[in-house]
Structure formats: C-alpha cells, structure tokens
Design a protein around this ligand. Sequence first.
Ligand SMILES: Cc1cc2nc3c(=O)[nH]c(=O)nc-3n(C[C@H](O)[C@H](O)[C@H](O)COP(=O)(O)OP(=O)(O)OC[C@H]3O[C@@H](n4cnc5c(N)ncnc54)[C@H](O)[C@@H]3O)c2cc1C
Length: 320
Amino acid sequence: MAEILVYVDHVDGAVRKPTLELLTLARRIGEPVAVALGNGAADTAAALAEHGAVKVLTADAPEFADYLVVPKVDALQAAYEAVSPAAVLVPSSAEGKEIAARLAVRIGSGIITDAVDLEAGDEGPVATQSAFAASFTTKSRVSKGTPVITVKPNSAPVEAAPAAGTVEALTVSFGALATGTKVTGRTPRESTGRPELTEAAIVVSGGRGVNGAENFAIIEALADSLGAAVGASRAAVDAGWYPHSNQVGQTGKSVSPQLYIASGISGAIQHRAGMQTSKTIVAINKDAEAPIFDLVDYGVVGDLFDVVPQLTEEVKTRKG
Ligand SMILES: Cc1cc2nc3c(=O)[nH]c(=O)nc-3n(C[C@H](O)[C@H](O)[C@H](O)COP(=O)(O)OP(=O)(O)OC[C@H]3O[C@@H](n4cnc5c(N)ncnc54)[C@H](O)[C@@H]3O)c2cc1C
C-alpha cells in the first residue's frame, strides 16, 4: 500500500489534535508514515501508533527550535526522499503552510492548501476546499508530482486505529539556508485555559452587539460552560473589546468547529469567510433580518444579554 507522509505538529512530544485528524485522512489514501521533529519527537510515537501510523520517523537537533522553518523543510524533504510517498499531508497552520509550500517547490510538486476533506481518487487523492468566503466548494487533485496537501483543523474525526508505529531515526543534513533566520527570543502567550481558537471543537463568538469589553465575560462564561474557545468579530476587536488574536474572519482566523455560536454578530461576508465551514452554526441576534440568519442551523431572535446567560445556566444544569 502507498505510504503517506504526515507532518506531526506537537509540543514537546504531545501530539496536537489536527495531526491525529490528518492520520484519519491519511488512512483513507494509504499507510500513514509520521514525521516528528524537535524536542520530544520520539515521545509522539505512542499517540501516533494508536491513531494509525505504521512508522514514525524522528529527528531532533537544536536547529529546529533555534531557526525558523527551513530546518523543518530540510527534514521533511529528507523523509520524502527516504520514503517516496504517494502524498504529503501537513496541518494548515501558518507554519505548516509555509513548510508545505517550500517542500512543494523543492520537489517540483503541486500543492493544495486549506483542504477540508480528502478522499482517494483513481488518479491520486482528491481534496475538498471551501473557496471565495465559502461560497463554493471545490474538489481538486494535484496533477504534477507528489501531492502536498495542507488540511484545516476539524476536517476529520480523530479515530483510534492501532498500528505498529515503528520508530526510526531520520538522518537530516541541513542546507546553507537552514540557519538563515535565527529565533532571538520567545515569550509564551498567557494561557486562558481555553482551547486554541483554530482547533477548538466549539467556538463562542461575540460582536458589536456585546457592547463593551466587560460584557465579553458573558461570552466567556458560555464558552467555559461548553469547553469552547472565544472568538470575536472585527468590530469587537477594533473597538478594543477583545484581542486581535481572537478575531474570526477574512483578516482574522479561519475556524471550522463542530459548533459555532455567534452572539451580536450581523454576519458580514468578511466574518462569514472565517466561520462558514463550521458544522453547526447558531446565532443569537435581536434583529430578525440580520444576514447571519441566512446561514444558521439554529437562530435565536433575542437580546443576547437575556439569552446567553440563560443558555450558560442551562448547559451547566444539563452537565450536572
Ligand atoms: C477588508 C475587510 C476585512 C474585514 N475582515 C473582517 C474579519 O476578519 N472579521 C470580521 O468579523 N469582520 C471583518 N470585517 C468587517 C465586517 O465587514 C463587519 O464590519 C464586521 O464583521 C461587523 O461586526 P459585527 O457583526 O460584530 O458588527 P455589526 O455589523 O455592527 O453587527 C452587530 C449585530 O449585533 C446585533 N445586536 C446588537 N445588540 C444586540 C443585543 N443586545 N443582542 C443581540 N444582538 C444584538 C445587531 O442586530 C447586529 O446584527 C472586514 C471588513 C473589511 C472591509
């Protein structure tokens, strides 16, 4: 069976959920071979094997942490040359897309970014993308070289599928460009305790209707009752009510959770661009004519200051 390279996103050996989702998709088109780099790379093996990796190629070197991106591209290229895979899958983070693009250029292959689904096809894997602010769904396949495909978080379920997960050391020699951009400092982001916005299964967002930074506490309370991440519209961010890192939309982050709850958000095209592929969309808005209601699965016409706290209480009660 054809081998599929899966680039592993992990933090000191803890594999992040989008990589486990990639393993689910990789199993549809071949046998997953995972590539884990950097500190804790070998510690990823158990989780990767549990989710279907037949092999785990690992490499650790100070270059992965000390320099931007290129050492990782060198390593992924080394894995590509060692395995000759039928496809290379990479999580669609900013870094993942840069790694994938650089690899595609180096190996002379076509690339598909931000896929939301992947299936086997007669002439190679077929990727689904959501285009033009999710107005169109396209299916494409790479017609030149080995397909390099980046996949958005929440595009596939995480499935247990135990496999051998044999760990093999990957030999990497870094090129002259690898040490071109040095990391000179790191400041860890203060943790909110909430899931990462782009990876969260549930996102609760607030917009101009929230009417003040202090009122975001009710959005956060609903999010916490559901174990969700908090998002915000650009109007709320521009007003200084919530950080830009939480902005959802064309000039913010793109999310695709199982459940997206929009409160006091009108549903401008630029906001929709970042959330329209969410599986289930709920909106709370006091204006029954708000455009957001055109795309919701469930809509509540009402004042968010009445509805959201009641919803939070109901969730808490049902969770016992
Ligand atoms: C180039 C460009 C890029 C952009 N990028 C983004 C982006 O990335 N993300 C983004 O979000 N926007 C983006 N925008 C802005 C976008 O066009 C909208 O202006 C913005 O999304 C509006 O935010 P909003 O829905 O919170 O505010 P509004 O459009 O003002 O809507 C507020 C809504 O809250 C409702 N409301 C008010 N009070 C209550 C209440 N008490 N209870 C319930 N409902 C209430 C109102 O009925 C209204 O529908 C961009 C614009 C441009 C030009």
